[in-house]
Every structure is written in structure tokens, then in C-alpha cells.
Design a protein around this ligand. Structure first.
Ligand SMILES: Nc1nc2c(ncn2[C@@H]2O[C@H](COP(=O)(O)OP(=O)(O)OP(=O)(O)O)[C@@H](O)[C@H]2O)c(=O)[nH]1
Ligand SMILES: [Mg+2]
Length: 294
């Protein structure tokens, strides 16, 4: 039996959460085309015949601009501390290593950790374009393997998974087999709503959004959950945009979120969304502690 802890790390938007979901064969972490989608460390546990792997999806590594960013950085440090393996993700479209990835390589070097490099989004480039990237990275660190993949198109994932199992040590089963994440139902619902908001909004608004489930109750007379949640934003002008003309934008966010939540709970859902302004929450310790459960 092989087992161990694997941290998925890399720059924002490279496809870490998409990869976690693909490896697990189910949606665990939210995904969007906006950088800094993931804010906390999210575990995804997968059980194979001969292995249990505990993956942790982490926020994209970037220079913090506020307390939220600082918390995200701390989260990455905690999530990578003492893991058996770093699964380091870069994009196939990169032209070279670049300063942000040099910083990440230094982190891996300092931790003296085992690391596999996965070059994601190979669906966007010709295979021969990968050669120079592979050369540059193999000179930068002694990776256990460098594996081109497409998390979205399900290319190279089996090869990657086999390599991960190969590298992991012999070990016990750490989690019961029916446990697949460390997120609570409430957190998954909050993240689902945030994902739909990210997909419906542009510019700087998505970065300033936080979601909180206020109440969640199952009706006694009916197979139905009543869920109330608040979307926090940072400015009054943002509130108007999130709600949209005649409530149109909020309606779409709510409908899309409700569909996903119904699938997860396997039950009908009545979802009520509110939008509130909380200026500067990204520098507000109390709000951040709520998100980061500390
Ligand atoms: N073309 C292509 N796009 C991909 C692939 N994997 C992920 N994406 C897209 O890349 C974007 C970012 O994906 P995420 O999984 O949210 O990236 P992330 O690294 O978790 O991002 P952060 O949480 O912000 O750090 C999304 O639009 C994905 O659909 C891939 O293999 N090919
Ligand atoms: Mg992510």
C-alpha cells in the first residue's frame, strides 16, 4: 500500500483546481478563468486499489496586495509543509521560466522536496513547443518527472497519477474511504455561489467577492432545502453590477448555483441570495479569520 500527501502548487490560473477535480474524478474545487480563484487549501482524497493519495489544492502563488493575499500565502506555506510530494503545475504556453516560476522553484529547492512538474494546457500548443520548456526546467531542478498534461481535456492524467503513486512512500490509509474532501457542505455551497459569481462578473469585482451561507434548513413536510446566502462586495457600485438590471445578473448566479447545489445535496433547493457591501473586507482580520477558519 502506497499513501501520502501531495500539494498542488503553481502560479494563479495554471489549472491546479481543474487538475484536482480531474484526478479525483469529481468536482471538489471551484474553477474560473480569473486568477486567484482558490483562496484556501482544499483537500481531495483519492482511493486506488494500491494507494491512497491526499491532494491539497492551494491558492496560486503571487505577491500579496492585501491581508487576504497574505493569508493565501500563509496557507500555501502551511499546505506544503512536510508533504511527501509537490505537484508543481506550469502552463505549456509559457515562453520560459520567468520570475514568478523562479520564485516557486526556489521554494521547492529550499524545502528540499520531491517534486513532479506537470506542464498543463498542452491542448493549446504543438507538442514540439514543449521541448525548450522541458529543457529549461530539467536544468533548474531535479524533478522526479516532467509530464505534459491537459487537465481540461483529460490528456496524460493516467501517466501522471501512476508516477505520483510510484514516488509516494509505503504507508497507511490515513482517511476513511468514504471521505473525499475536508470541506464542509456549507463551504462547498459558498464556493459554488462564488464560482457562479466569478463566471458572471468581470474586471476587478470578482476579487472583492466573498460568500457566506446565513442559514440552511430542510423543510419538515417536503424534500427541500431553504438556503439563504450573502454575497459580500467591496463597493456600492459593485453591488449594483452584481444585482444587475432588474436583478438579472443575481438571478443567473442564483440559478446556476442552485442547479449545482441540488446535484450535490440530491435534493430540491430554494436559494435566496443577498448582496451586501463590506468595504475593505480583504484587509479585515475578522472576516478573513472566518474564511480561513482560524
Ligand atoms: N486550455 C486549457 N485550459 C485549462 C486547462 N486546465 C485548466 N484550464 C483553464 O484554466 C483556467 C484556470 O483554471 P483553474 O483550475 O481555476 O486554475 P487554478 O490554477 O486553480 O487557479 P487559481 O485558483 O486562481 O490559482 C480555467 O479557465 C480552466 O478552464 C487545460 O488543460 N487546457
Ligand atoms: Mg484554483
Amino acid at each position: 500500500m502506497k499513501s501520502g500527501f501531495v500539494a498542488i502548487i503553481g502560479k494563479p490560473n495554471v489549472g491546479k483546481s481543474t487538475l484536482l477535480n480531474r484526478l479525483a474524478g469529481q468536482k471538489i474545487a471551484i474553477v474560473s478563468n480569473k486568477p486567484q480563484t482558490t483562496r484556501t487549501a482544499i483537500k481531495g482524497i483519492i482511493n486506488m486499489e494500491n494507494a491512497q493519495i491526499i491532494f491539497t489544492d492551494t491558492p496560486g502563488i503571487h505577491k500579496p496586495k492585501n491581508k487576504l493575499g497574505e493569508k493565501m500565502s500563509e496557507t500555501i506555506d502551511e499546505a506544503t509543509d512536510g508533504v511527501d510530494l509537490m505537484l508543481y503545475l506550469i502552463e505549456a504556453t509559457d515562453k520560459g521560466i520567468g520570475t514568478a516560476n523562479e520564485f516557486i522553484i526556489k521554494k521547492i529547492k529550499d524545502a528540499n522536496a520531491k517534486a513532479i512538474l506537470a506542464i498543463n494546457k498542452v491542448d493549446l500548443v504543438k507538442k514540439e513547443n514543449l521541448l525548450s520548456l522541458i529543457k529549461a526546467y530539467s536544468e533548474a531542478y531535479d524533478f522526479e518527472a516532467i509530464i505534459p498534461i491537459s487537465a481540461r481535456e483529460d490528456d496524460g492524467i493516467d501517466i501522471l497519477l501512476n508516477k505520483i503513486v510510484e514516488v509516494l512512500p509505503e504507508g497507511p490509509i490515513y482517511y476513511p474511504e468514504d471521505e473525499w474532501t475536508d470541506q464542509t457542505e456549507r463551504q462547498i455551497i459558498e464556493e459554488t455561489i462564488r464560482e457562479k459569481a466569478l463566471k458572471s462578473l468581470e474586471d476587478e469585482i470578482p476579487h472583492g467577492i466573498a460568500v457566506e451561507v446565513e442559514s440552511m434548513k430542510k423543510r419538515e413536510d417536503k424534500e427541500l432545502y431553504d438556503i439563504e446566502a450573502t454575497i459580500y462586495c467591496e463597493k456600492k457600485s459593485h453591488k449594483g453590477i452584481i444585482i444587475g438590471k432588474d436583478g438579472a445578473v443575481l438571478k443567473v448566479i442564483g440559478e446556476r448555483a442552485r442547479e449545482d447545489i441540488e446535484k450535490m445535496l440530491d435534493c430540491q433547493v430554494n436559494l435566496q441570495l443577498w448582496v451586501k457591501v463590506k468595504e475593505g473586507w480583504r484587509d479585515d482580520e475578522k472576516k478573513l479569520n472566518q474564511i480561513f477558519k482560524s
